[in-house]
Structure formats: C-alpha cells, structure tokens
Write a protein that binds this ligand. Structure first.
Ligand code: FES
Length: 734
C-alpha cells in the first residue's frame, strides 16, 4: 500500500521518513519556526513544551479538535456533538467532564481487564498463526484495540469493526482501512451516536462494569454534573484516540524491536522487560507527534514573543528526543531511569486519558505475539516501512511480519476477571428499629452468607431504591448471617438517609456491594476506641472482637446529647467499667490532648470514627504528641481539605531503606525518581493515576482528583506527582 505525500514547498515537515530530522532542526534552531503542515509555530524544546502544557489558560486546546465540516453540519445538529472529545475543551468544562472518567482509567483498576484482553489477543492470533505471515496492522493492531475500547466503554465488542468504520469519518484521508465515501461514513457516524445513546439509556437502569455505567454512577453520586449530550460526546473521541494511537504504537514499536533481534529478545524476557521497553519506545517514537494550542494572551515562550491569537504546535516527538533531557536521545535504551518523564502521552490536564489502558494493552500484545509467533521477523526491509502522512498523529501504513508457521493448538481459556468485581448481592430487609430519634437500624438478610463474610471495621455499599449508592458500616455480629447497619437521618445531606428512613420497609428487596474493609483491627496490647455520635457503628463489632481476643480496651463516646447517642445505654450496661460517655451539652468540649496520656506507649492504638471535625482535631492532637502512627481513623465523608502550605517532608523508600527529603518546591515523584525509583508518570497533575504508589506508613495529604473518597480514606496509596504528607514522614513502596 502506498501513500502519496502531499506536494508542498517551504515547509520542512512533510516527509514522514525524515520527520525527526526536521523536528531536530526546530529544536536546535533559533525561535519557533512556522510550519504550514502544523499550521502554526513549532515548539520543539522539552522545557517550553512542558511550560505550555501546564499553562492551559494561556495555551488553549481549542484548535486541537476540528469542528464538523460544513456539508454535514446541519445533518449532525443535535445528534453529534460539534466539538466532541475532551482534547478540544478548555476549563472549567474540561476538568468537570474529565473528573467523571479519571478514576476509571487508573492502572490498578484496569488490571481487571487483563485476562479478557489476553484472551481476545489469542483469538485474533489464532486467525493467522498457521499462515507464517500477516500484515499486522489490519489483522491485529487495528482490530484488537477497537474491540478492547468498545468493551471497556460498554458497547458490544462484536460490533467493533462497524464502530471502526464509523469512527473513520473523523480520520478523513487518514482512514485508508475502512472503505466508504465520506457521506456513507457520516451516516455510519450518526448511527453510531444513536447506538451509544441506546446503550447509555439501558445502562442508566442496569449498571455493569464499564465506562458508561461508571459515568452514570459518578453523575448520580453528585460528584459530576453533566448533560446526557455531554456524556455522549465523551465516547466517540475516546474510542477514536484509543484505537488509532494504540495500533500505531504497537506497529512502530515492533518494527524498532524486530530491526535488531538482540533488542527484541531483551525486550521480550518477561513482563517487566516488556513494560520497560515500551516506555522507551513511547519516548523514541510516540503515536502523537504533538498538539496544537491557541495562544490566548501575549506571552514569551523560550524567548520568543507570541501574540494572542497565534497557533503553536507543541511537538511532543521533538521534546521526547531533547538531548538536554535524555542522554543519547536518538538511540533506544531500555535502561533509562525516567528521572525526566517522556512526552509520549503528553502532560498536564490533557495528558492522554487512555495511557494506562494503552500500556496494559501493548504489554499484552507483545507477550501474546512473542508466545505465539516463533522466529518473528519483519516481512520487509526496516528502511522501507511506510509511515502515514505527517500530522498530529504518527503511524505506519502497514507492518508486514513473518514467522515459522505453527498449528493452532488448544489453549486453556484465560480467566475473565470482571464478574465478581461489580456483583450486586440481593438482600431483604428483615427488621427495622429506631435506635434514637434520628438513627434507624436496618437488618438485612442475604441468601448468600458465604459471599458476605466480613470482619469488624467493614462497610458495605447499599443500593437505594432510586439506584444511588451509599456506604454504611456494619454494626452487627460478624458470625451472624444477618447484616446490620444504622442510618443517621441527615436533613442537610443528599437525601439518601431521608429516603431510607421514610421509604424502606420490612420485606423490601435491596442490593448491596462489598463488604469492604480498610479499618481493620491490628494486633495490639491495648485499644482505645473514640466515637463521635453515629461514628459508634463500626466500633461496635470491633469492641466485640477486642473482647473475644482478650485485648484490654476502653471506649470514649462523644456526642451532643446522651439521648441522641446510638447504643449508648446498651454499651454502658454491658461494659460499665470500659465505657466513658461524654455528652458535650452536659460536660462541655472534651480536650482531645488528654487522650494520649491514657494510652500506653507501646503497641496501643486509637481507633476513631465520627464527624470530620472530631477526626481532624484528633489528627492534629496526634501530631502534637508524636502519635500519628498510633491513630487509625474512619471517615464518613471526604475531608474538606484546604491544602496545607508545602513544607519539607521525609520519604523513606522501602526497597532501599533510603530516606530522602522532598523540599517545598519539589514533588515526591521527581525526588524518588532522582533516587532511582523509576515511577512512571503521565499527566503530572494528579488526574491519570499512573504515578500511584503504595503507602506503607504515614498519612498522605491527597491532592489528586483520581482516587475515590473511599480510597482516600483508606490511605493505602497516593499519587506521587501532587500529593504530599499530612504529618512529617511517609514510607512508600518504592
Ligand atoms: Fe498522573 Fe500522577 S502522573 S496522577
């Protein structure tokens, strides 16, 4: 297949085979050269690209996505969003809409798709493995990402070929893979939007484990406000970017690996080597050449004065080969430490949303191709492989491959890991009783006691009759097949507790998810429980557990009025020597600093649950008494955290034992990477989840917008690019 290059004079950025040489000229020359191809001034130096990416107000994304061409504008009106995809949106709309999908694409969470993706890759290879040769782009590199992204979004992956043809409308002349006139593709695109709307409507009432359901959940929780049309606008652009870039990345990456058999063997040693090789290949030749930005105010960039209204092209491909940032930058080196992150997926608020999915998919693709295609080699000379025309995207026209043919063997099915993850468990309300004027206790019975085993400290998600989810601590007996929760009626809440009090009756059938637990009891010599009002609920089974273990314990029960404190009389009656009740209406405010003198120094923990104000006070008090590691808290709601001013913090790296200081102007990610931690990053703004690390000790100050409330409260991981520490020290798995 041959692609004719457009004729053009005066602009160097036309020849796809010479693109990197031309970009090197833009990087090392004076100022910012104008390019007809990229329709603006080309920014090629790493620091200047990064500066623009992190200043979206000055460098608007408006020109990134073109508008619908005039012949179809009327036809598309009200059915196809005129400026689809997040890539072309500026703030505040960008952050508002992107916040609905950020947590879905976290690498840790995407891991549940690994088995399914691997199975699809094997099935696709089954189709050509006996032939000994294939054109990889058409047989594997394009169809597999399409199938994957359709499945992840929640569409029928069997229709992925049709979806690809419809998305071809956006690719224009770049779509040389799907036949059809522009009018035919426009009609397909309209049909695709109608189909997505149908699926959105179905998922509104019948959630599954997919992106469409995830966004509905976010919308219903009140975390994100968007219209149905805005929601619709997210998917086509995401699917287009998701499959086109992935297909180009695997083709270009494989060509570079197979050009040198030793390099291919080094990359294919194991999963770790594959991941490391891919990272370097993303730097060496990204599928995104760069992105356009509109300058919104007069500004100086790298010494060049730009005027409001000018367009610049941020050439990621040039920045990732900037020799001032990457040694021997034109060579492939799998041993880089990533102290300086590459720009293969961009950076800043528009960093590639699907980067974690691309990393997972490409690693699986390399693994499966290696496993199934022995003696894999290029089917054409490396120097003669053809690249698509120069544009914002970079890719190959085709990738012919050859190998020693093999018979298709029986393969054991890979596990499909998604059913349990989101399974809803039906329960029946078997009893309801008012514990206080405002606290209602519900007993839920399940026919699946094996699935809902739980430990003290656990909570469950209760699906309300209106479809929304609320979290409640389990407060009954762990050995019982009945689950007990207590619900405080909150007049100023989001309406969930009111709905439960007013509408849920004995005999009603509801659904739960979980239970989950991030408030587990640690082995201890002594336990002090501190409850604030309804915060007593998770502590009730913990008290029973402490009794069972024979661990000495005390309860400090704080509240406004004794009659409003749930379960107080029962507790006092059963454990008169252990329970200390403090109603503030009778006794005034409790001095939290007193707590630490009542707790032995070693192997003693304070478990606290209650309103944010109480828990924040406890944390501050613990910090004053150097007791942060002895305090374990459970929150009901997100802390309204004003970010603390940056202060130096100490971080111990568990793998080397080394402790480093993160200064006020530094971030944890860069400091750890300077010490050789090799933590990957993409956005560097807390939105993609790539730089997540496990927290082994200490309490992070979360500043990201990707972790859920529950995950923040659990404090088991943090995003190192933005988050810091609420105390003085963290121990991180790095
Ligand atoms: Fe994206 Fe840190 S790099 S969250």
């Amino acid at each position: 297949m041959t692609v004719t290059q457009p004729a053009g004079v005066g602009c160097p950025f036309l020849n796809p085979q010479k693109l990197f040489e031309d970009l090197a000229g833009a990087r090392t020359g004076q100022g910012l050269p104008h390019s007809d191809t990229f329709e603006g001034r080309v920014v090629g130096r790493y620091d200047e690209i990064v500066q623009a990416l992190h200043d979206p107000e000055t460098f608007s994304s408006q020109p990134t996505v073109g508008t619908v061409p005039s012949p179809w504008r009327e036809q598309f009106e009200g059915r196809v969003p005129s400026r689809g995809t997040l890539l072309g949106l500026d703030n505040p709309d960008h952050d508002r809409l992107r916040s609905s999908v950020n947590s879905f694409f976290m690498p840790r969470k995407l891991g549940r798709y690994e088995g399914w993706i691997r199975e699809q890759a094997h099935l696709m290879v089954d189709g050509f493995v006996e032939d000994g040769r294939t054109e990889l782009k058409l047989s594997f590199a394009l169809p597999l990402p399409l199938k994957v992204i359709a499945h992840v979004v929640g569409l029928d992956s069997h229709r992925s070929e049709w979806i690809g043809a419809a998305l071809g409308f956006f690719m224009g002349p770049r779509d040389i893979y799907h036949p059809g006139t522009p009018d035919e593709k426009a009609q397909l695109l309209l049909d695709l939007h109608d189909y997505i709307l149908e699926v959105m409507d179905e998922r509104k009432h019948n959630r599954r484990d997919d992106l469409i359901s995830h966004i509905w959940n976010e919308r219903e929780s009140g975390a994100v406000e968007m219209t149905d049309f805005e929601m619709l606008s997210m998917f086509p652009g995401l699917m287009l970017a998701g499959h086109e870039t992935s297909s180009n990345l695997i083709c270009m990456g494989l060509s570079h690996l197979l050009a040198d058999p030793n390099r291919y063997a080094a990359a294919q040693k194991d999963d770790t080597s594959r991941a490391e090789a891919l990272e370097e290949l993303f730097r060496y030749e990204s599928a995104i050449t760069g992105m356009k930005r509109l300058v919104t105010r007069d500004v100086s960039l790298g010494g060049t004065q730009l005027k409001a209204g000018e367009t610049v092209f941020l050439a990621y491909a040039a920045g990732s080969r900037d020799a001032t940032k990457f040694s021997h930058s034109d060579d492939i080196d799998f041993d880089r430490d990533w102290a300086v992150p590459h720009l293969g997926f961009g950076q800043g608020i528009h960093a590639c949303l699907g980067a974690p999915l691309a990393r997972l998919l490409l690693r699986i693709e390399l693994e499966v191709l290696h496993e199934r295609l022995p003696d894999l080699r290029l089917g054409a000379p490396y120097d003669e492989l053809e690249y698509t025309v120069v544009s914002e995207g970079r890719g190959m026209v085709s990738l012919p491959l050859e190998w020693t043919p093999v018979r298709v063997a029986e393969r054991a099915s890979a596990p499909v890991i998604d059913a349990l993850h989101s399974a809803a468990i039906p329960v029946t309300v078997s009893a309801r009783r008012l514990v206080t004027e405002k606290v209602l206790e519900l007993t839920l019975e399940t026919s699946s006691p094996d699935i809902v085993r739980w430990e003290p400290g656990a909570h469950l998600d209760l699906e309300l009759p209106d479809g929304s989810l609320r979290q409640y601590s389990l407060c009954g007996q762990t050995a019982s097949s009945e689950l007990r929760i207590a619900v405080l009626k909150e007049d100023s809440g989001r309406g969930g507790s009111k709905l439960i009090h007013d509408q849920v009756k004995v005999g009603d059938r509801l659904s739960i998810r979980g239970p989950r637990n991030h408030f587990r009891l640690k082995p201890a010599q002594f336990l002090l429980f501190v409850a604030g009002g309804i915060g007593i609920t998770p502590l009730l089974p913990m008290i029973e557990e402490a009794e069972r273990r024979g661990t000495p314990w005390r309860l400090l029960f704080l509240g406004r009025e004794r009659k409003l404190m749930p379960y107080v009389e029962d507790l006092v009656q059963r454990h008169p020597a252990n329970v200390y009740v403090w109603p503030s209406s009778e006794r005034g405010r409790y001095n939290l600093d007193d707590i630490w003198s009542r707790v032995p120094a070693d192997d003693a923990f304070v478990y606290a649950c209650g309103p944010n104000e109480l828990l924040a006070g406890l944390e501050e008090s613990a910090a004053r008494h150097d007791a942060e590691l002895r305090l374990v808290v459970e929150r009901f709601a997100a802390q309204k955290v004003e970010h603390l001013p940056n202060r130096p913090i100490e971080v111990q790296m568990s793998r080397t034992g080394k402790t480093v200081t993160v200064g006020v102007d530094e971030n944890v990610l860069d400091v750890l990477n300077r010490e050789g931690a090799s933590i990957l990053s993409t956005c560097r703004e807390g939105t993609c989840g790539t730089c997540e690390v496990r927290v082994l000790e200490g309490v992070p100050e979360h500043r990201d917008s990707v972790l859920s409330l529950e995950e923040r409260l659990a404090n088991q991981t943090m995003m190192t690019c933005v988050s810091r520490c609420r105390g003085r020290r963290l121990v991180l798995e790095a």
